[in-house]
Design a protein around this ligand. Structure first.
Ligand code: ATP
Ligand code: MN
Length: 253
């Protein structure tokens, strides 16, 4: 069988639903499809069920393994992202400082960085998806949802008890800062999922070690996001008050 045909055949098996397959073929190059096959052949999933989210830098899909378990598969785009910005986040982080400045290496390092950050964040007791595997620009992780329905972001589905949400977010920030020595750098109600009232932190590809030269300004931005969100919800906070509340947990987390 010719190579093209073989790939088409494989994609059919892999993304059975026709509309999903069309989206897939449009947005992913051969190498990305190959990376997905690689992970599928290792048993991390069997089929891609549907798209959960299509973003600027990544697409997230619901996949299913042979036992019927749901997985989230995040695929970073290798063509249209802001590679200069990604490079800055990588370069200043000593774990990834040696990354070469070309699109592919940047994106592959990014997927690896999100995997490493998820591991670290899990370890310090912050609820986030458990990372499962990565290969090139593809990351497989625990699916956050009920049955096959992905949980909404806190932005879309706020919780009643705002004080409790605040406490949880301060606990997350303190664990990240003092136990993982990480700054999330995109901490907001968009990147916290609400799984039936349980908050789950996601989107940690950009999170950097506190030794990154920009860590303090990223942290400042996170504090501002938190202050603005809770102020809008009627729990008035300044960024400096949020900082103080995080600091007060230093010896407690
Ligand atoms: P965007 O460019 O859209 O902001 P992103 O790079 O920020 O994408 P994420 O925030 O990690 O990527 O994921 C995008 C969306 O996919 C999330 O808002 C969430 O709805 C969904 N999602 C991500 N990870 C998971 C997961 N593990 N389980 C369920 N849904 C997820
Ligand atoms: Mn996001």
């Amino acid at each position: 069988m010719a190579k093209e045909n073989r790939e088409e055949f494989d994609l059919r098996k892999f993304v059975p639903e026709e509309e999903q397959r069309k989206t897939f073929a449009k947005v992913f190059d051969k190498r990305t499809i190959h990376a997905l096959h690689k992970l599928a052949s290792r048993g991390y999933f069997d089929i891609v069920v549907h798209v959960i989210s299509t973003g600027k830098e990544a697409h997230v899909f619901l996949a299913r393994d042979s036992a019927g378990n749901s997985k989230a598969v995040k695929i970073y785009k290798t063509d249209t992202s802001d590679f200069n910005k990604m490079y800055e986040y990588l370069h200043g982080d000593r774990r990834f400082g040696k990354v070469k400045r070309n699109k592919r290496d940047i994106v592959f390092a990014w997927a690896k960085k999100e995997f490493s950050n998820l591991l670290l964040i899990n370890k310090v007791g912050v609820s986030c998806p458990m990372p499962i595997a990565f290969f090139e620009n593809v990351l497989v992780m625990e699916f956050i949802g009920i049955e096959e329905i992905a949980s909404p972001a806190l932005k879309e589905k706020p919780l009643e008890n705002i004080e409790k949400v605040y406490k949880t977010e301060i606990d997350f920030l303190a664990r990240l800062l003092f136990k993982a020595e990480l700054v999330h750098a995109d901490f907001s109600e968009y990147n916290i999922l609400n799984r039936n009232g349980e908050l789950v932190l996601i989107d940690v590809g950009q999170a950097v070690l506190t030794t990154h030269p920009e860590a303090e300004s990223f942290f400042e931005r996170d504090l501002n996001n938190v202050a603005n969100y809770f102020s809008k919800k009627g729990l008035k906070k300044t960024a400096e008050e949020v900082r103080a509340d995080v600091k007060a947990l230093k010896e407690k987390v």
